[in-house]
Write a protein of this length. Structure first.
Length: 548
């Protein structure tokens, strides 16, 4: 007998699955989240959060909590060997830059994955969501309208049969969803490259630097401070087989760390949170969906940790898929919209794998017995602010011809085009009030936002006023941004914002009062860049296929 349960089953309660689930719950879509582990994984794991991910977390209402705990990326200190006490080189992964009106979070930060998952979970629970732990997926069977899942309760025993409209596998590199649906997973496993990875409390190390001794991937140590005092996330190279065969692996780690540091006695591990072997895999699925089943995050792509793109890319997977699933399940669009999850995300992930593999290869370079400092430098494109969907079939640009760019190569001070990340803009003031605002405060991850750039409420806007009641306010929001306030009266019931500092006009490359229009998708990307108001209906009715 089948139980009627929420519309979507999310398999995996890591950052990717939790981002998807929270986004769906915020859009009124009931979800069930399962994870075979009885408790959340401890420790830091994927801890580097890049600017585009921080923008997503702000849109989901989590930024204030994140910034209270997270720490900035510290400088790197590389120690000479033998001896291991003298710093022979200091360097930076990415030099910090100041925030700007269009990029409010320009620098990456460190936040333990355990803390991020706790924040996402708390937000999910507040919306009535539940994470069912100790539940393992055993089988999937698809029909034209549902997916039947066979689940096993590891705590209580017994088998449950349940049907869902869609199933999303975000259950890690060993994904059972990917295996059950026989998704190809193309790439390589670098069996010759293994390290010990884990979190340890240590005495004798300063928390103001990342500390590196020797060749981290062969016989060395990478010790990164965390937001928890005296807790360091370690990557340790050396005799990995001795660790595997050890009857007391924590003691073996202590010996490996001491050896990597050149025998130093003043730095010691005093306790461990978790540790294990990390094997370098570089793989991805060529498609992220089959029928009513989707995969994302590590279930769809795994790579070396160099560059820190794994968690960040997974969060973007979940955020891209959520708004599309919500529109389909609310009956607003055809299920064919879901095909764009694969077509938009696969090119981004493929380029990400190329970037991180290049970084991994560079990290293998050794000079004078120590890692090459230049190997730890990170290109700013890893911030993911240039990720774009310009080639997507669900974006439209009525401006000048869109220049083809790589999936990571969107605007770096250049003009915004359809498919690009929608910039922020501060210094807006709502006309008729003293209310100040940023575009990121106006945009909503639950709906599309149409932004009309106009110096005044023109006759053209008034003549098309029926447009503003054509679409449900639960799906589309309309606003006007203009340069200067005037006394023109209007019957339009639209929020009008004065761009007093000119940041919005500059960010969107709208240098005159010609009334350019931008449609911003729920995931914060420009769905349409339009020259005419009539283009709004073309986008929603023809390109997106929105049903009234």
């Amino acid at each position: 007998m089948l139980n009627r349960v929420p519309s979507i089953l999310v398999v995996g309660a890591g950052p990717t699955g939790l981002t998807l689930a929270l986004s769906l719950l915020r859009q009124g879509v009931p979800v069930r989240i399962i994870d075979r582990n009885l408790a959340a994984n401890p420790g830091q794991r994927g801890s580097g959060l890049f600017p585009r991910t921080l923008e997503v977390l702000e849109a989901l209402g989590l930024w204030e909590k994140v910034k209270k705990i997270a720490i900035p990326v510290p400088k790197i200190a590389i120690y000479g060997l033998p001896g291991g006490t003298e710093v022979i080189k200091e360097t930076e992964m990415i030099s910090p830059v100041p925030a700007t009106p269009d990029i409010p979070h320009p620098n990456g930060i460190f936040l333990g994955q355990n803390h991020l998952e706790a924040m996402l979970t708390e937000a999910i629970v507040k919306l009535g969501g539940v994470i069912d732990r100790g539940i393992e997926l055993k089988n999937l069977q698809q029909s034209e309208s549902t997916v039947q899942a066979t689940l096993v309760n590891e705590k209580q025993g017994g088998i449950e049969e349940a049907s869902y409209e869609y199933v999303v596998g975000m259950d890690g590199g060993k994904s059972i969803v990917r295996k059950l649906l026989d998704f190809p997973f193309i790439g390589e496993t670098r069996g010759d490259t293994q390290v010990v990875f884990g979190d340890f409390y240590m005495n004798g190390l300063g928390s103001d630097r990342i500390h590196i001794w020797g060749d981290v991937l062969k016989k060395g140590l990478f010790a990164r401070p965390t937001e928890t005092p005296d807790l360091f996330s370690l990557i340790i190279g050396g005799d990995i087989q001795s660790y595997i065969n050890s009857s007391n692996q924590t003691e073996t780690v202590k010996a490996m760390v001491k050896e990597a540091m050149g025998g130093r006695e003043d730095v010691k591990i005093v306790d461990s949170v978790w540790h294990g072997i990390y094997r370098f895999n570089i793989r991805m699925a060529p498609q992220f969906s089959k029928g009513r089943v989707f995969i994302g995050g590590d279930a769809a792509h795994v790579h070396s940790p160099t560059g820190g793109q794994g968690l960040n890319t997974g969060v973007q997977d979940g955020y891209n898929l959520a708004w599309k699933l919500a529109l389909v399940l609310h009956g607003r669009v055809s299920p064919s919209l879901l095909d764009t999850y694969t077509s938009e995300r696969v090119p981004v992930v493929a380029e990400m794998l190329n970037l991180t593999t290049q970084l991994f290869t560079k990290t293998l370079v050794i000079k004078d017995g120590s890692s090459d400092p230049s190997s730890f430098a990170r290109e700013r494109k890893l911030n993911q602010l240039g990720v774009n969907y310009r080639a997507s079939r669900i974006v439209i640009d009525q401006g000048e011809a869109v220049e083809p760019v790589s999936s990571y190569g969107g605007p770096d001070g250049g003009p915004i085009r359809a498919g690009d990340r929608a910039p922020d803009a501060s210094g807006l003031v709502r006309v008729g009030t003293k209310e100040s605002a940023r575009l990121f405060e106006i945009f909503d991850s639950r709906l599309h936002t149409v932004v009309f750039f106009a110096d005044r409420l023109t006759q053209e806007l008034t003549a098309t006023s029926t447009l503003f009641t054509k679409y449900s306010p639960e799906v589309v929001r309309f606003i006007v941004v203009r340069k200067v306030q005037d006394n023109l009266e209007s019957d339009l019931d639209l929020p009008v914002y004065e761009d007093r500092d000119g940041h919005a006009y500059k960010a969107y490359n709208t240098v005159d009062g010609s009334g350019k229009v931008f449609v911003v998708r729920p995931d914060g990307f420009v769905g349409a860049r339009l020259q005419t108001i009539e283009g709004v209906e073309k986008y929603f009715d023809e390109v997106l296929g929105l049903r009234l």
